[in-house]
Design a binder for this molecule. Structure first.
Ligand SMILES: [Fe+2]
Length: 136
């Protein structure tokens, strides 16, 4: 996994959502570092658990905004969040089931990372623009 560097191109222009994305990216980068440093399994599991909980709350936050401001493209966005949740579940499964090797957690988190870079730019940015227009 390569380090996921935050740049302006990931900004959705809503500070609250940007902060949440940055935190998720930070957890993913922590996992990446943990792999390189051969960090112990328990620490990797702890980071993964924090990522899972935080990401779930983040999705709920975006979904609250979509509902509150009657976002016209929410159906598509919610479909993508379904995919997001599947990827979080995949990480969770690895945390629950992986015997002695944290490789599965790291593999599942790479899948999330790649997908997230795309989702933020393609799907969250238009949402941010819309919210901005609504005066958020
Ligand atoms: Fe989203």
């Amino acid at each position: 996994m390569t380090t996921f560097k935050w740049s302006k191109s990931y900004s959705v222009d809503i500070p609250e959502i940007d902060e949440q994305h940055k935190q998720i990216i930070d957890f993913l980068n922590q996992l990446d570092r943990a792999k390189k440093d051969r960090t112990e399994k328990e620490t990797i599991e702890n980071i993964a658990n924090s990522l899972i909980e935080y990401a779930r709350n983040h999705l709920e936050c975006e979904e609250r905004y979509m509902k509150e401001y009657a976002y016209p493209d929410s159906e598509e966005h919610l479909k993508e969040h379904k995919e997001f949740r599947r990827k979080i579940k995949a990480i969770n499964r690895e945390v629950q089931s992986n015997g002695h090797n944290p490789g599965g957690i790291l593999k599942a988190s790479i899948m999330l990372q790649q997908w997230l870079m795309w989702h933020i730019q393609e799907t969250d940015r238009p949402l941010g623009e819309y919210l901005k227009q609504q005066g958020v």
